[in-house]
Write a new protein. Structure first.
Length: 138
């Protein structure tokens, strides 16, 4: 049996949870199902900068557990956002890169960055994250 994406699982649940109508498969719900959670947007922001190896992502996101990083990368791969490339060498080498569809998240991340700066400035707060991801430059 083929593994279902988070979106497919959610769509099946919506069919029984909401009354029929044209907005049952709302684009906002879809976006949150695919990109939602604590880590996915941070992972994507680093992959927008460069293709990354698993170990690089672990160093860039020290707060995430190994299990959670693996799970998030697998879900992003299953949803067609991230491509995983395994090189047949010793030691094994695995790289993660964004697919064409995954790169389309760049304007969304840029908008979130702007919103975050504005939100922090509302009361004089600042963000002290010297190694944090920046915009993709688009």
């Amino acid at each position: 049996m083929q593994k279902q994406t988070k979106q497919q699982v959610a769509e099946a649940a919506w069919q029984t949870a909401v009354e029929p109508g044209p907005f049952n498969f709302c684009p906002v719900r879809t976006t949150l199902n695919v990109l939602g959670g604590k880590w996915k947007l941070l992972i994507l922001s680093y992959l927008l900068q460069n293709t990354r190896r698993y170990g690089e992502l672990r160093r860039l996101l020290p707060e995430i557990t190994e299990k959670m990083l693996i799970q998030e990368l697998r879900e992003l791969e299953l949803d067609g956002i991230v491509q995983r490339t395994v090189y047949q060498q010793v030691p094994p080498k695995v790289e993660y890169t964004l697919t064409e569809h995954g790169r389309r998240v760049s304007p969304l991340l840029d908008a979130l960055l702007v919103w975050g700066h504005e939100y922090l400035r509302r009361d004089g707060s600042t963000c002290a994250a010297p190694k944090g991801p920046e915009t993709s430059g688009s």
